[in-house]
Design a protein around this ligand. Structure first.
Ligand SMILES: [Zn+2]
Length: 325
């Protein structure tokens, strides 16, 4: 993903301001929300990293996709591996696979949880030029979101939520144009797997009430600001998630302030699939990129992954999902 500079219209945000926040406390007592295990989530992050970088068209990528599909099946999901050949900005044909796990597939009311599982082929943001052609390990940028969702999937098998949930691991998110690329049409060079799925959903006419994207949700002392595309398309979901996090005591992670405007998978789920979706993404207002210092460098490895952050995000998400009915 990358941060973009255009300014979104903020007009429609104000209309929805009043109607939120009240649901959390009243339901809290009656719903039994299982306990998210950050040890387990951490293990799922590690297992992905153990394959090596998960770059499309590599054997590590295939091995990890098989692992992800098998793990979702093991947790009781109905799994579809949506394969597609996608054209990258540099002309490369990518053998991509979106991995879709459906829980309670008959339920009308559905929530979509998603993350990208591929990793960036080039560490083009590395301060050391000799590293910029090396792949990114993607412990945080990729594996962290998937790890949290795998742990949530494991919980679904133990205790089914009241609603239907679809977990999608999107491919080819991070094959976007490199920082030194001077060609055209780079804006839509990211999130290729999501763009494909949004135009070709795994179920014809697929609908979900809303979607939540996790991206870079494992960093030490990560902060998640209210991302601007999320507020534009799904302000009430941003409010729901941020107030849930606050009421669980995770206010130091979920900062109640506006963050960047980030081209990420949720943009296309909003724009093409029409499902109001938000992005929980680490944002550092003091860094040049808006992201952590190791973003798109060779240092995005397990040393940056913190179970406390995985726990804050996973627990918040569990409370949001299990309270739906
Ligand atoms: Zn990335």
């Amino acid at each position: 993903m990358r941060q973009i500079l255009f300014i979104l219209l903020t007009v429609i945000q104000f209309a929805a301001c009043n109607q939120v926040t009240k649901s959390a406390q009243s339901v809290e007592k009656t719903v039994n929300v299982p306990t998210f295990s950050s040890d387990s989530a951490y293990k799922y992050v590690q297992q992905q990293v153990d394959f090596g970088p998960r770059v499309p068209n590599t054997k590590e990528h295939i091995a990890c996709s098989n692992y992800l599909a098998a793990t979702l099946k093991r947790f009781g999901a109905e799994v579809i591996e949506q394969k597609a050949t996608l054209l990258a900005f540099d002309g490369t044909s990518l053998n991509a696979v979106n991995i879709i796990g459906s829980f309670n597939p008959q339920a009308k009311k559905r929530v979509l949880l998603f993350a990208h599982w591929d990793t960036r082929p080039w560490a083009d943001h590395d301060p050391n030029p000799s590293n910029r052609k090396k792949p990114v390990m993607g412990a945080n940028d990729g594996a962290s979101g998937v790890g949290v969702l795998l742990e949530i999937a494991r919980q679904f098998q133990i205790q089914q939520p009241n609603i239907g949930v679809d977990i999608i691991f999107f491919d080819a998110e991070d094959y976007g144009a490199t920082e030194d690329f001077r060609g055209e049409n780079t804006e839509d060079s990211w999130c290729l797997g999501t763009q494909y799925w949004a135009r070709n959903p795994h179920v014809a006419g697929y609908r979900a009430d809303y979607g939540i994207l996790l991206d870079m949700v494992g960093g030490k002392q990560a902060t998640f600001y209210r991302e601007q595309i999320s507020e534009y398309y799904a302000l009430n979901i941003v409010d729901k998630v941020w107030s849930q996090a606050r009421s669980l005591g995770f206010g130091q992670y979920f900062i109640d302030q506006k963050g960047g405007t980030i081209t990420d998978d949720h943009l296309y789920v909003n724009k093409i699939a029409g499902i109001p979706s938000i992005d929980i993404i680490q944002f550092d207002p003091n860094s040049n990129s808006g992201f952590a210092h190791y973003w798109h460098t060779v240092n995005d490895d397990m040393t940056n992954i913190d179970k406390n952050t995985l726990n804050a995000v996973g627990t918040t998400l569990m409370h949001v999902v299990y309270k739906e009915k």
